[in-house]
Design a protein around this ligand. Structure first.
Ligand code: ADP
Ligand code: MG
Length: 234
């Protein structure tokens, strides 16, 4: 347990350093971006130069997204808690991802119980689901099946959200590190998706677990306390 605490402290320090760097990058990056956009509008540019400027702008946008993601991750994320219907958030997020899933030949199995009221920040939970579905999608490059379930565990007074894929699965050492900020196995990954997911779930007083098997897929289960005062029946 001691080792785990040390690891957490190190990760927190890493996050703080990243925040400072991300913040310092943002201003000069903004100037690079506006200046190159202005130059790109010039009519006298030779075609090769236009192409080069295109590269500059693409990469500037890429850094911009990374910086936004880093700041979004390290920013103190105090959720605005309200009684919200988890099923509605889940359905909306899955609908949002549907075109992208269809394009990749990923079938969907959605089973969502109505009236799952949780005390939560709807935007943050939406983001959690999107991040998990994105990972599932990226693990199924050749198509597959996405399963999304949301149901009540009345005994535990918890809503149980499952997002599972039939993708590549993970080696045990990847499972061990998957929630670490900046841990990624992807060439264009940031390694911040699951770190953000974990932080949001913990701020909601919830829990997250992962089961994964190479070549058969991954299943992520999130448990959130049900809002007792406003249960599905009243
Ligand atoms: P990123 O997606 O930018 O790599 P994440 O924090 O979202 O960062 O995920 C960290 C790593 O965990 C991924 O690079 C990948 O190796 C692994 N991973 C996460 N979700 C899945 C999944 N559904 N299937 C297989 N591997 C996954
Ligand atoms: Mg991700």
């Amino acid at each position: 347990m001691e080792g785990e605490m040390r690891r957490r402290e190190q990760l927190a320090a890493l996050g703080e350093a990243a925040a400072v760097i991300a913040h310092e990058i943002r201003n000069p990056l903004g100037i690079i971006k506006t200046s190159s956009q202005l130059v790109a509008q010039r009519s006298y540019l030779a075609q090769p130069d236009e192409r080069l400027l295109g590269f500059v702008l693409d990469e500037v946008n890429r850094i911009d997204r990374l910086v936004t993601e880093v700041l979004d991750y390290v920013r103190p994320n105090r959720p605005t808690m309200r009684a919200v219907a988890l099923d509605e958030i889940v359905n909306k997020a899955v609908d949002f991802m549907a075109p992208e899933l269809d394009k990749r030949g990923i079938a969907r199995d959605i089973a969502v119980t109505n009236g799952l009221v949780v005390e939560a920040d709807a935007d943050q939970i939406h983001q959690v689901i999107i991040n998990l579905v994105l990972n599932a999608m990226e693990a199924m490059a050749d198509g597959g099946r996405l399963t999304v379930k949301a149901e009540a565990d009345e005994e535990a007074a918890e809503a149980v959200l499952t997002i599972a894929d039939s993708g590549t699965g993970m080696e045990p050492d990847v499972v061990h590190r998957m929630f670490d900020p900046f841990f990624t196995t992807k060439t264009k990954g940031t390694g911040l998706g699951l770190a953000k997911v974990l932080s949001v779930v913990e701020h909601h007083g919830g829990a997250i677990t992962c089961t994964s098997a190479l070549e058969s897929g991954t299943s992520i289960v999130i448990r959130l306390p049900l809002n007792q005062k406003k249960s599905a029946n009243d």
